[in-house]
Design a protein around this ligand. Structure first.
Ligand SMILES: [Zn+2]
Length: 186
């Protein structure tokens, strides 16, 4: 008969988390690092969208989230894809899953002190809150609210975006939020 206590002890403890760390050789100040990662991380986001997104209407989005650990002693990244398996299913955004993997990397794993940047790939569509159609897909209203509330995300957290037509944009969280603020006067 199986000894359950022994079996439970054999369950592995989380030893590696959901965050991948950049090699120490490429530790640079964030202002230098973020644009250097634009090309490889947007390409990674495109691949994540293609391989991991679950959208009933083929609206595939991928995101790579860059974070800082120990006041810049290390940088890590995690990625996410969107999930909406049917029209009535709740939406999980690529950015939100990337945030989850970043901030909840596993038991006993180091937690980031800052989220520095998002790299997002998707097809542009009109924003549900502001109605604006930008050249690239911007994080949605729910994501923007999350950005404003999470202490790891600040006004100067950067967002780099790209889509299938090759256009790219980059802006800060503050610029994103201001861009989509509803114009009350109109
Ligand atoms: Zn969103």
């Amino acid at each position: 008969m199986a000894n359950h206590e022994e079996l439970f002890e054999a369950i592995p403890k989380p030893e590696s988390g959901s965050v991948l760390y950049l090699p120490q050789e490429i530790i640079l100040p964030p202002e230098e690092l973020m644009p250097l990662l634009k090309k490889p991380f947007l390409e990674m986001a495109r691949m994540v969208a293609g391989q991991e997104a679950r959208s009933y209407r083929g609206f595939n989005v991928g995101a790579v989230v860059l974070s800082s650990f120990g006041n810049g002693a290390a940088y890590g990244f995690a990625f996410g894809a969107n999930r909406k398996p049917g029209p009535n299913a709740g939406r999980v955004c690529a950015e939100q899953l990337g945030i989850a993997w970043s901030l909840n990397p596993g038991l006993d794993q180091p937690k980031p002190d800052r989220i520095l940047a998002f790299y997002v790939w998707g097809e542009p569509q009109p924003d549900r809150v502001s109605g604006k159609l930008a050249p690239t897909l911007h994080p949605c209203g729910d994501c923007r609210t999350m950005f404003e509330l999470l202490p790891e995300i600040t006004d100067d957290t950067m967002i780099f975006t790209a889509g299938p037509d090759g256009q790219t944009e980059e802006f800060s969280v503050r610029e994103l939020i201001d861009f989509h603020k509803n114009d009350i006067a109109s």
